[in-house]
Design a protein around this ligand. Structure first.
Ligand SMILES: Cc1ncc(COP(=O)(O)O)c(C=O)c1O
Length: 432
């Protein structure tokens, strides 16, 4: 029986000084409670009770190379010794920006920030400034960070509560949001191009941007329907609206050039964050010159004391160097798809209604009888209690998966790791 006694004791101590015992809300939702870890190496992470886990959480996505990649550590150590932050520029920033401009189709000009949430807000600011219009259109179930104008439509109590598809109810995710935050956006179900077309035709005079995850990673890992992203591109072109791709998860993971390269659709602005620097805090707002020049001209202000620190930039450059040298994407897809197929097979053998979908480098598993899950409304059919038991069962057997059923594959995972995860899942599904 896996023990969590040390973690439980630390959590009690932490709760006295850290609100809820954690530093990010999502960290509460581990099994059986927030867990305290000691270290990570490759595809494994270890907790204070001495438990070892095969890790498919990868720190919610950033650890594309796995934990503690030696090349990244070496780069950080070397550059930390030369200083941390200069309140000024250093030449490695240019190297990183040149590299991203080389790789990412839409990246003509960029700025570095610390995390996805603030880069998303920077994109909105640029879009509003350039178009002179106040609102953005977003989609149910897409996560764009935790700040006021995007903390809606993520935690609906039920499908019924979502209301009409043409004018959905968007529940606030938090108390204390600014009174006017709900006025900043329109929201629609995802993957319904006709509905977007109709809504934009009616509201284009107030819309500065459409923002979307190119794959709806945060709920169900749902792929865009054929033509959906191209349709968004066309609508934005027709009405002079910014198309913003939130590539916080897909960036580097789907391909080194992003989901925009994978799908062949070039947005005006996009946000890259999680996987850029193997767990060090950096994000990038990148975009076409016509939009980004508003920052260049200081018509749109973007700033940040901690932006583009020496070690962080070194971590990003080292990460990209390893990705270019080792070319792990073919393996990420192969292993991810093998794991997806193995889970489906295990579910079929044990009579479980487990639905597994995604591309491979990241995918989702959840229990539903729906044949097809194409938007957030469909994901509300997932049996959360059953998923909780599955995730807990996996965790007790040393396989760590994100509580909402999302799996990430890293370059450090081996074929034996994938086989082990499938065997464990078969056992856990059989006992559900
Ligand atoms: C698609 C997407 N956008 C934005 C964010 C917010 O990024 P951060 O947590 O770095 O602020 C996340 C975080 O999970 C995300 O998945």
């Amino acid at each position: 029986m896996t023990q969590y006694t040390e973690s439980a004791a630390l959590l009690e101590r932490a709760k006295k000084v850290l609100a809820g015992g954690v530093s990010s809300e999502f960290r509460k939702y581990n099994h059986p409670h927030a867990i305290f870890y000691t270290h990570g190496k490759g595809s494994r992470i270890y907790d204070v009770d001495g438990n070892e886990y095969l890790d498919f959480t990868l720190s919610q996505g950033p650890l594309l190379l796995g934990h503690s990649h030696p090349d990244v550590l070496q780069a950080i150590n070397e550059y930390s010794e030369k200083g941390q932050l200069f309140a000024g520029q250093h030449h490695r920033e240019i190297e990183l920006a040149e590299k991203l401009a080389d790789l990412i189709p839409s990246a003509e000009l960029m700025r570095f920030c610390l995390d996805g949430s603030e880069a998303v807000q920077t994109a909105f600011r640029i879009a509003r400034a350039k178009t002179g219009k106040p609102k953005f259109l977003r989609f149910e179930g897409h996560y764009h960070g935790w700040l006021d104008n995007v903390a809606w439509g993520l935690s609906q109590p039920s499908a019924d509560a979502l209301g009409d598809r043409e004018s959905p109810n968007a529940y606030p995710w938090s108390a204390g949001l600014a009174d006017n935050a709900r006025d900043e956006f329109l929201i629609l179900p995802w993957n319904d191009l006709e509905l977007v077309r109709k809504t934009v035709a009616e509201h284009h005079h107030e819309l500065a941007a459409i923002i979307t995850e190119p794959i709806m990673c945060n709920n169900g890992c749902i792929l865009p329907k054929d033509g959906f992203l191209q349709g968004l591109r066309d609508i934005c072109d027709e009405y002079g609206i910014a198309l913003i791709f939130d590539e916080v998860i897909t960036g580097f993971r789907v391909s080194l050039r992003g989901a925009q390269h994978y799908f062949g659709i070039t947005p005006d602005l996009s946000i890259f964050a999680k996987a850029i620097a193997s767990g060090y805090p950096i994000s990038a707002i990148v975009g076409k010159y016509d939009w980004m020049r508003l920052i260049e001209e200081a018509r749109v202000i973007h700033a940040g004391t901690m932006n583009a620190g020496n070690p962080t930039i070194a971590a990003a450059l080292a990460t990209i160097q390893v990705l270019e040298r080792d070319q792990p994407h073919e393996r990420l897809y192969r292993f991810g798809q093998k794991l997806m197929a193995g889970l489906r097979q295990a579910a079929a053998e044990t009579g479980q209604n487990l639905k597994v979908q995604g591309l491979g480098p990241m995918f989702h598993s959840g229990f539903t009888n729906l044949e097809s899950v194409t938007d957030y409304r469909d994901t509300l059919s997932y049996d959360k209690a059953k998923l909780g038991k599955f995730i807990a069962g996996m965790h007790d057997k040393g396989v760590r998966v994100i509580g909402r059923g999302l799996w990430y594959i890293s370059a450090a995972h081996t074929e034996a790791d994938i086989d082990h995860a499938i065997e464990t899942a078969r056992e856990v599904l059989g006992n559900l």
